[in-house]
Design a protein around this ligand. Structure first.
Ligand SMILES: NC(=O)C1=CN([C@@H]2O[C@H](COP(=O)(O)OP(=O)(O)OC[C@H]3O[C@@H](n4cnc5c(N)ncnc54)[C@H](OP(=O)(O)O)[C@@H]3O)[C@@H](O)[C@H]2O)[C@@H](O)CC1
Ligand SMILES: [K+]
Length: 524
């Protein structure tokens, strides 16, 4: 699904009004009526109310007046509380406010804290609140009156419909500007906004419905697909072909450099992730002392012992790895490598020098702490980095809280600065592409939050690159398949207790499901 920024939606509104000539009041009427249709579907049993519409000074409040009017007509008990003076409400919102007043709608105005407190105290406890305080016009931290109203909504115990955006959520970045309404249902207009698809915003959105409000389809289509929510349809379109006459060479050969004493499992799961992704051949380079263990653990993959120091790879392994990557399609490096200084130096050297696409994870990422500019020194092949928020914090020097508060911005800034594909893991994994486009993954569940799942993902992405997928597509598809396998497992195993080994076994079936979906899509 195409995702738009707040600016893009505002531009669509502007073109519709100024170039096409559809009045803004018509769009507002459509928006309000669409919101009411979704309200009746979801909260119809709450009729006749009481409903409280909380309206801000802008057009988001304007939608709120339309909603109040429609609900009155349908026999609901509705009160409207405006955060501002009556004279401050102008434009299309002003028109709809006057209409509501003429029809006898109960409307109060509160322009300061005392008036707001008094007005809220007087309210009969609402069964449903319509949050029409702030929409795409949010321009600063929510404070003062608006902050009080947001706190009151969240503490009210009422069901909440957010108009366009939960007030306080930045529809472009997904950040919460100070505080934000927690909605049960958000009806967003014209297109899904990119910020609503990611955390922390997604947690405030509740159910998301996208409502068409009369923007001509030709205008929407003319906008390029810069940001996407990746669901089955988008992922299926990225599956690499499996030629009927293919042999194992056709499906690529990748090199995994992974493992250290106590972490041989990470190397094994990366290799198996690649094989379960459909890669033709996998070779694992690992420290000499764990090589016998990997020989036993891995049946299908080839293994190569590399020079080590204290259980981790030594700098001397450079030449051995260079020889191993000759003739391969991709290098997956990092899982379980440990954090010995020599190993970190080796990883930095290999990442800089490797002429292949590289998938970098776990301890490999930590090797780049303070030195991400090494990525700019690569001369060939795209780098895909797959950090969880803790690794992202170390890569960027931010705190984990700062990473989590602005997942889209942090991922995008890194991807564009270092020319890499940045996969920021977590609920609604963000994949930021080097040109600034964003992909947000819709599959997956908390069952993935267990050891080894990241190693499987590294192998999966590298395995798809080995089969010929461009690195950007492999990252998007790999993340989706990983989540899809977990979603399938949740149906049979449940969420708690699924392991990375379970996920490995489920991957081929997940890929088959997606292939079938792609065939259905192709048949139209
Ligand atoms: N014709 C159209 O375009 C259509 C638009 N539609 C609807 O309009 C919405 C966008 O409307 P909008 O642009 O008027 O902005 P909106 O979200 O109401 O907020 C602006 C007001 O809030 C204020 N404000 C900002 N930040 C604040 C803060 N932190 N704390 C407190 N106040 C703050 C800001 O004040 P200012 O910063 O200007 O002083 C201004 O007064 C959109 O989401 C959709 O619902 C639909 O009806 C379809 C047709
Ligand atoms: K709102």
């Amino acid at each position: 699904m195409k995702l738009l920024t707040a600016e893009e939606v505002r531009e669509l509104d502007r073109q519709t009004i100024e170039q096409v000539g559809i009045p803004g009041a018509v769009l507002m009427e459509n928006a309000g009526r669409q919101a009411v249709a979704h309200l009746l579907r979801r909260f119809g049993s709450l009729r006749p109310g009481p409903v409280l519409v909380l309206a801000g000074k802008g057009n988001n409040g304007g939608d709120g007046y339309v909603i109040a009017r429609c609900l009155l007509d349908l026999g609901w008990r509705v009160r409207t509380l405006v955060l501002g003076e009556r004279q401050a409400i102008g434009g299309d919102a002003g028109i709809n406010l006057e209409v509501l007043l003429k029809l006898g709608g109960a409307v109060e105005f509160a322009a300061d804290a005392a008036a707001l407190a008094e007005a809220l105290q007087r309210q009969e406890p609402p069964a449903l609140i319509v949050d029409a305080l702030l929409g795409t016009g949010l321009s600063s931290q929510v404070g003062g009156l608006y902050a009080r109203a947001v706190d009151w909504i969240n503490a009210s115990g009422a069901r909440v419909l957010a108009v366009d955006v939960p007030s306080g959520v930045d529809a472009t970045t997904g950040r919460i500007l100070g505080k934000a309404v927690r909605a049960d249902l958000t009806v967003t207009f014209a297109a899904a906004k990119v910020g609503l698809a990611v955390y922390p915003a997604a947690e405030r959105v509740g159910e998301l419905a996208v409502a068409e409000i009369g923007i001509p389809a030709a205008l929407s289509r003319a906008l390029p697909d810069r940001h996407l929510l990746v669901e089955a349809g988008e992922a299926a379109a990225l599956l690499p072909a499996r030629p009927a006459a293919g042999h194992k060479g056709t499906f690529g050969h990748l090199l995994v450099v992974a493992g250290s004493t106590g972490k041989s499992g990470a190397a094994a799961m990366t290799a198996e992730g690649a094989l379960r992704a459909g890669a033709g051949l996998v070779t694992v380079g690992c420290p000499r002392s764990i090589h016998p263990t990997l020989e036993v653990k891995l049946t299908e993959a080839m293994t190569a012992p590399l020079d080590e120091v204290d259980g981790g790879l030594s700098l001397q392994a450079q030449e051995q790895v260079r020889e191993l990557w000759a003739g391969k399609q991709v290098l997956a490096i990092g899982p379980g490598l440990g954090l010995a200084d020599e190993t970190r130096a080796l990883v930095r050297h290999l990442v800089r020098e490797c002429p292949l696409p590289v998938v970098l994870d776990a301890d490999g990422l930590n090797s780049l702490e303070g030195k991400p500019a090494i990525l700019n020194q690569r001369t060939a092949g795209t780098a895909v980095l797959t950090p969880h928020p803790g690794e992202m914090a170390r890569l960027t020097g931010l705190s984990i809280a700062e990473v989590e508060a602005d997942r889209l911005g942090v991922a995008r800034r890194f991807a564009t600065a270092y020319g890499a594909v940045l996969v920021l893991k977590g609920a609604r994994t963000v994949i930021a592409l080097p040109d600034g486009r964003l992909r947000i993954n819709a599959s997956g569940n908390p069952g993935l939050a267990t050891g080894g799942m990241g190693d499987v993902l590294t192998g999966l992405i590298a395995g798809l690159i080995a089969q010929g997928s461009p690195a950007e597509e492999a990252a998007v598809l790999g993340v989706f398949l990983h989540g899809l396998a977990a979603d399938r497992l949740r149906k049979t195993l449940g969420e708690a207790g699924m392991t990375a080994s379970d996920l490995l076994r489920e991957l081929p079936a997940a890929r088959r499901e997606l292939t079938q979906q792609g065939e259905c899509n192709a048949q139209g």
